[in-house]
Design a protein around this ligand. Structure first.
Ligand code: B4P
Length: 192
């Protein structure tokens, strides 16, 4: 199995690049952002709980997100691996993911970390906000808070994987196809 983590700040291209990797490697895509938005749309208790955090650009509590991933991993999919997009976002989530995968005799093979500067992130998300309908993409102040939350709470997860020698830093500014090629290069080196 090939288990990958797409890592980086909001707007770095995680969702965009995940789509390419899913098709190329026949992976299933687990995006905690998408799962949480689906819960909100369905009006479930979990979705209602997540709403207050997401609309402020803050992280949803670890136990909620970890529980969601645990449920997802119980579903047998027959895919050749998993791409985790937007998860883990805290060290606690990273540790929980390692434990969950271990119980399935699996582990993370590589973490692809997309590097994009803050002004580019803000520009991309404001652009997306014009059509996505996502409230968290519409106000610059809220987007900057999400970037700050990333710096304060999520960036440290890169060190967690660096210590395991699994972190691959990818330049995330440029043509989408070039970034895909760089990611695939890193994945191929891991598979070799
Ligand atoms: P997410 O849904 O993960 O939101 P995101 O970080 O904005 O998505 P992404 O980074 O994938 O967007 P992409 O770059 O592809 O999370 C939303 C919220 O959910 C969080 O704020 C939090 O509240 C909650 N949440 C989610 N996971 C959680 C967790 N694990 N723990 C706690 N809370 C959690 O796309 C951005 C834009 O850039 C697109 O318009 C795209 O077209 C464009 N783009 C991409 N690549 C480009 C390129 N190379 N050049 C130009 N534009 C590009």
């Amino acid at each position: 199995m090939l288990n990958l983590v797409l890592f980086g700040p909001p707007g770095a291209g995680k969702g965009t690049q995940s789509q390419h990797l899913v098709e190329h490697y026949n992976l299933i895509h687990i995006s905690t952002g998408d799962l949480l938005r689906a819960e909100r749309k369905a009006g479930t208790p979990l979705g209602k709980q997540a709403e207050e955090y997401m609309t402020k650009g803050n992280l949803v509590p670890d136990e909620v997100v970890i529980g969601m991933i645990e449920n997802k991993l119980k579903q047998d999919t027959g895919a050749k691996g998993i791409i985790f997009d937007g998860f883990p976002r805290t060290t606690k989530q990273a540790e929980a993911l390692d434990n969950l995968l271990k119980s399935h005799n699996e582990s993370i093979n590589a973490v692809l970390s997309l590097h994009v500067d803050e002004e580019e992130l803000v520009k991309r998300l404001l652009d997306r906000g014009k059509t996505s309908g996502r409230v968290d993409d519409q106000k610059e102040e809220l987007i900057r808070n999400r970037v700050q939350v990333y710096r304060n709470e999520t960036e440290v997860v890169a060190d967690y994987y660096k210590k395991q020698d699994k972190l691959h830093v990818i330049e995330g500014v440029g043509e989408i196809s070039e970034i895909t090629a760089a990611i695939r290069g890193a994945v191929e080196r891991v598979k070799a």
